[in-house]
Design a protein around this ligand. Structure first.
Ligand SMILES: [Zn+2]
Ligand SMILES: [Zn+2]
Length: 239
């Protein structure tokens, strides 16, 4: 579905994948769950596009629920998979996910998330054989020309991607608008899967002063109230 001019989302708001649609092609941000592969093709068809129009897949970080079809599109189509250098080993399966964790949990939302994720192939998730990497401050030469803002903490290589032409920022899990571990909604921290909670909180400062009306998280609905207001709400979450 088109959630804003030139930005589409596939899957459900439990796990978000975004397509940035520009005349020169499409940039995909995050690769969701393996079963999103068919959702991707259906969305591209609805857009009058195909996999041939996909120029790159950018990953906000290398957690399992963000890399779902990455290896498939890379190996079958040669599409480059690009992420922050500090998450490259995690993406390739050479490093283990760190998890400080914390934050409230509720059994029913966790169950609903697990059922959804497994139905979408979560247990079949493949690591990515080859990735390319970007660093903080880079402006990427792909449709939408996103600018990288390194926001470590959720993972060491978590990155927010600012797309000025769309007045939008894609923040991955630096913060979310749905905590899938307890069902709470609205801009909030996501400590449950943070590698380092203190660092995640400190990294929010890297987003202060960045202008974007539309905030697109890894989990939850788009936030249209602007990045500054979102950050105020995130800082008010307990952990
Ligand atoms: Zn994550
Ligand atoms: Zn996530």
């Amino acid at each position: 579905m088109e959630i804003a001019t030139g930005i589409h989302r596939i899957g459900s708001n439990k796990v978000n994948v975004y397509l940035i649609d520009e005349p020169g092609g499409i940039t995909i941000v995050d690769a969701g769950l393996p079963g999103y592969w068919s959702d991707l093709q259906a969305e591209l068809t609805a857009m009058g596009r195909s996999l041939d129009d996909v120029r790159a897949v950018l990953l906000t970080h290398a957690h399992d629920d963000h890399i779902g079809f990455a290896e498939r599109i890379r190996s079958e189509r040669g599409t480059p998979i690009d992420l922050h250098e500090a998450d490259a080993a995690l993406a390739r399966g050479e490093a283990k996910q760190k998890n400080e964790g914390g934050g409230p949990i509720k059994p029913l939302p966790i169950l609903a998330f697990l059922v959804y994720a497994i139905r979408k192939g979560y247990l079949r998730t493949k690591r990515i054989a080859e990735v390319s990497t970007f660093g903080d401050g880079a402006t990427l030469d792909v449709p939408g020309t996103p600018r990288v803002i390194h926001v470590p903490g959720h993972t060491a290589g978590s990155a927010a991607l600012l797309v000025p032409s769309r007045d939008a920022i894609l923040v991955g899990d630096a913060f979310v608008t749905l905590n899938v571990m307890n069902g709470s909604t609205g801009p909030r921290s996501f400590p449950n899967f943070n590698a380092d909670n203190r660092q995640a909180r400190e990294s929010l400062r890297r987003l202060d002063g960045v202008e974007a009306s539309l905030v697109l998280p890894g989990h939850g609905q788009p936030w249209t109230g602007g990045l500054a207001e979102a950050l105020t709400l995130v800082r008010a979450t307990p952990v």
